[in-house]
Design a protein around this ligand. Structure first.
Ligand SMILES: *[C@@H]1O[C@H](CO)[C@@H](O)[C@H](O)[C@H]1NC(C)=O
Ligand SMILES: *[C@@H]1O[C@H](CO)[C@@H](O)[C@H](O)[C@H]1NC(C)=O
Ligand SMILES: *[C@@H]1O[C@H](CO)[C@@H](O)[C@H](O)[C@H]1NC(C)=O
Ligand SMILES: *[C@@H]1O[C@H](CO)[C@@H](O)[C@H](O)[C@H]1NC(C)=O
Length: 406
């Protein structure tokens, strides 16, 4: 009796509280932005959108935060920083850590001409001159094609447009993969990079802690009916509706802490360092799209323990590579000075795999292990302290190469 009476009295209060929460949720949903141009403008910076076509017809979007002349508003020639995001992500990840602490803005504030790259298949790159996203052939790519087609197209364009002859590179996760493959396959591009900073780069993956790799890796990482079937298939449906839906379900039905559980199979079960304020934004901008083949190519590395080109099976390998096994990437061809950041606790990129990579690279400038235990893969974007320890460090490294007074 007592209990029911108390409940009775509290009900209006409870209802009021629920309505209040709903109201703030609705408010914060309006802040969610899923377009880099709008986000950069909202954060008070100038932005340019550039479109590049690759040799094999994919149309890519680049975002630029240019340095402008105070008086005339003309674009100034400044050292270029080119940032590339990870698997199933887009240029948005470099803006998600907020107006004060995102790497893209920190670099702009330090005087750099900032370019944010995108690869085929994500929300900004869903066009091809000859192919349609409804065709299987459109989705028949992995990060190998991003490295040998998307990267040269974007880099050549940036150099042409900015008037620079060299640039600094920062890549996270698959962004690092793509950098390594590019310079292994087309070593002439080493000359373009003054520095490269790779955050949790993915090359060798056989020691990963990812449950996803352990469970479906052996199936999708070998040649069989299923993996062949999935060769030309899109990974996520990434239309605006889907993205809206993702962010809305995250806000309306869940607390961010619950919402993050959706990412657990991917990033791991330790998300204590992730800045929870940014979670709704992160969830609204990730995943941003790609192909199943990208994941399968990583799974092949998990099974083979090698960092090598895509395995099509013996007969087709012969057609592609004139050998039965796919060739390994010639990492010794990477001569750019490389700085690597990694974490002991990274669920996806294991320290043992990082060291294996470091042993094969010829010009490693520095390797930093993040000083916090429990630092996970996504924390390299939105972790508490990512700015002080990682981003500021990147800016200092680039400044040193530019020989600027600090
Ligand atoms: C989390 O991000 C928000 C938004 O950028 C920022 O205001 C806040 O300071 C961050 N929290 C911490 C603890 O860094
Ligand atoms: C893409 O393919 C669909 C279905 O095959 C077709 O209806 C549509 O017209 C195509 N679009 C373009 C731009 O070719
Ligand atoms: C994908 O590309 C490979 C290599 O070019 C080719 O052998 C295969 O038939 C293609 N598959 C699909 C579904 O387009
Ligand atoms: C890359 O390195 C391999 C092995 O060191 C070498 O044989 C090859 O010629 C290099 N590739 C290019 C394009 O220079």
């Amino acid at each position: 009796m007592m209990i029911s009476l108390r409940l009775h009295l509290r009900l209006p209060l409870l209802l009021y509280a629920v309505l209040q929460v709903a109201a703030t949720v609705r408010q914060s949903r309006e802040i969610i932005i899923t377009d880099a141009v709008r986000r950069i403008q909202q954060d008070g910076y100038n932005v340019e959108r550039h479109v590049v076509t690759t040799k094999d017809g994919y149309v890519l979007t680049l975002h630029r935060i240019p340095q402008l002349h105070d008086l005339f508003g003309t674009v100034l020639r400044r050292p270029v920083a080119f940032l590339l995001s990870g698997l199933y992500a887009s240029s948005d990840v470099w803006l998600l850590n907020g107006r004060e602490d995102s790497l893209a803005y920190l670099l702009w504030n330090a005087g750099y001409d900032v370019w944010l790259g995108n690869n085929r298949g994500n929300i900004y790159c869903r066009n091809n001159v000859w192919l349609n996203t409804t065709e299987r052939e459109f989705w028949n790519f992995s990060w190998h094609e991003m490295s040998v087609y998307d990267m040269p197209a974007q880099i050549d364009y940036i150099l042409r447009t900015s008037g620079a002859t060299q640039m600094h590179f920062v890549g996270i996760s698959q962004g690092g993969t793509v950098f390594l493959v590019l310079n292994s396959m087309l070593p002439q591009y080493n000359a373009v990079f003054k520095t490269a900073t790779l955050l949790a780069p993915v090359a060798y993956v056989s020691n990963t802690k990812s449950g996803l790799a352990k469970i479906i890796g052996p199936i999708l990482g070998t040649r069989n009916y299923v993996s062949k079937m999935l060769e030309g298939v899109e990974m996520f449906s990434t239309n605006k509706f889907f993205k809206k839906f993702l962010s809305m379900t995250c806000l309306e039905n869940e607390k961010p802490l619950v919402c993050i559980t959706r990412l657990w199979p991917v990033v791991g079960y330790d998300t204590r360092f992730l800045n929870k304020t940014l979670l709704p934004d992160l969830m609204a901008n990730f995943p941003a799209g790609g192909s199943v083949k990208q994941l399968m190519h990583y799974f092949q590395g998990y099974v083979s323990t090698k960092f090598r080109q895509y395995d099509y099976g013996p007969e087709r390998n012969w057609l592609h590579y004139q050998q039965l096994e796919p060739p390994e990437y010639a990492l010794e061809n990477v001569t750019t000075p490389v700085t690597i950041f990694f974490s002991e606790n990274d669920y996806i990129v294991a320290p043992a795999d990082i060291w294996r990579l470091v042993m094969r690279l010829r010009n490693v400038e520095a390797v930093y292990r993040v000083p916090w235990k429990r630092w996970n893969h996504f924390d390299f974007i939105c972790g508490l302290g990512v700015r002080e320890y990682i981003f500021d460090n990147i800016v200092r490294t680039m400044n040193r190469y530019e020989q600027r007074p600090r």
